[in-house]
Design a protein around this ligand. Structure first.
Ligand code: GLU
Length: 423
């Protein structure tokens, strides 16, 4: 089994980028670790009257390009190293999309599936009370991630505003529309990914209307990925899965119907007229486009040789380990790396902040057009860099993003005016 600490994975990816860029060792050392992290204990009154103490984190990785930004995960397996890794990826993601933001991430160790709505509300408010001093619309702006949603963002924004004594809509993004949310934020992560898939298909000579798709994970990102690859691009979605297992249909699935089935039964499994498959089998299906949209480290050196997809669109953060990366590259799989593919979420979060500050809101069409422009531009920047330097798409994404962060560090005087060791 490969060692699968996600923070070590991000460090190894950065080390490789540093090698390619011949990055100055001092700059490299700064970028290898988070700037700040906060660990909090959250006593929460449960519905049965008892108090349960939850552990939470907020990591601000690098804020040289602006206030830090990144989601909050509520997950039973959350660890500080996962949060560190995700905060690092947010730094590269915001830089790659040229957003005036740094990277951060938050997490609380809990199982939202076993908590009532009122327990979740108390936990969300407790988390904001604990990190209040650490965040702010010009400091650090949280958002949703795995198992957090617009309702949770509304509670968090409300708690922050109450403590501040004034409405502070811009402190949290991914809010519901009626309390300062942005049109188009709900499906933004998947939609941004689908725009990059459209561009990648052109690059790979794939006719999207004839392409087959498999999606691992059926939360917000996974569902909309299935729905939008079908409705926007005309692909056939032949397999989807969630944590309980997967389903396959040669004829193609109707993503909305599968979502309804999951809402009624808690899972996509046992959807009528489909074949049951495991998550592992889904990843190895003979499809044109594979979209991991769940958790980290699902494509490893063990299953990478069996991946048959032509395009791997990483909608989740960190689905592929470094060893797997090398194998995929050798096998000619076109990888749209995570912090490019899933950047649509934070991009529309940034649009949400802009609208909050201006108190003027755009319609959905405007959000989609602006998102398409940013994602398409970012995809082609990465593709061109990968061709120019003969490096894989992930390395190209790192090179593009890290250069921008380093440039800002030099301009702000954080490091000497020597970007790279040989310059
Ligand atoms: N959690 C999302 C991500 O990983 C969105 C972050 C945000 O909107 O700030 O990119």
């Amino acid at each position: 089994m490969e060692k699968l600490n996600p923070f070590e994975v991000t460090q190894r990816q950065l080390d490789e980028c540093a090698r390619i860029l011949k990055l100055d060792p001092d700059v490299h050392a700064i970028l290898r670790v988070p700037a700040r992290e906060l660990h909090v204990s959250l006593p929460v009154r449960m519905d049965d009257g008892s108090i349960k103490v939850f552990q939470g984190f907020r990591v601000q990785y690098n804020d040289v390009k602006g206030p830090t930004k990144g989601g909050i995960r509520f997950h039973p397996d959350e660890t500080i190293d996962t949060v560190r890794a995700l905060a690092a990826w947010m730094t590269w993601k915001c830089a790659l999309l040229d957003l005036p933001l740094g990277g951060a991430k938050g997490g609380v160790i809990c199982n939202p599936k076993e908590m009532s709505q009122s327990e979740l509300e108390r936990l969300s408010r407790a988390y904001i009370q604990a990190i209040y001093q650490f965040i702010g619309q010009d400091k650090d702006i949280p958002a949703p991630d795995v198992y957090t949603n617009p309702q949770i963002m509304a509670w968090m924004m409300d708690e922050y505003s109450k403590i501040a004594g004034k409405n502070q809509f811009g402190v949290i993004t991914g809010k519901p529309l009626s309390v300062g949310g942005s049109a188009g934020r709900g499906d933004a992560t998947a939609r941004g990914g689908v725009y990059t898939i459209r561009e990648a298909a052109k690059e790979c000579g794939i006719d999207v209307k004839k392409a087959t798709v498999a999606v691992q994970g059926y939360g917000n990102a996974g569902y909309y990925a299935a729905y939008l690859t079908k409705s926007l691009l005309g692909c056939k979605v032949v397999a989807v899965s969630d944590s309980k297992g997967g389903i396959f249909s040669k004829e193609g699935l109707v993503p909305e119907a599968v979502r309804e089935h999951k809402a009624n039964t808690t899972s996509v499994i046992n959807f009528p007229n489909t074949k049951s498959i495991s998550n592992e089998e889904l990843l190895e299906l003979e499809v044109d486009i594979l979209i991991p949209a769940a958790l980290e480290n699902v494509i490893t050196k063990n299953n990478a040789p069996n991946i048959k997809a032509k395009i791997l669109a990483e909608l989740s953060n960190g689905p592929t380990t470094p060893e797997a990366d090398d194998i995929l590259y050798k096998n000619g799989v076109h990888v749209i790396p995570d912090f490019l593919c899933n950047a649509g979420g934070v991009t529309v979060s940034y649009f949400e902040m802009v609208q909050n500050f201006y108190m003027y809101y755009w319609d959905e069409k405007e959000v989609h057009e602006r998102l398409d422009k940013k994602m398409t531009f970012a995809y082609h920047s990465v593709l061109n860099t990968s061709k120019k330097y003969n490096i894989n798409m992930r390395q190209a994404a790192y090179v593009t993003a890290v250069r921008r962060v380093v440039e800002a560090m030099v301009l702000r005087g954080w490091v000497r005016g020597r970007l790279y060791a040989d310059s």
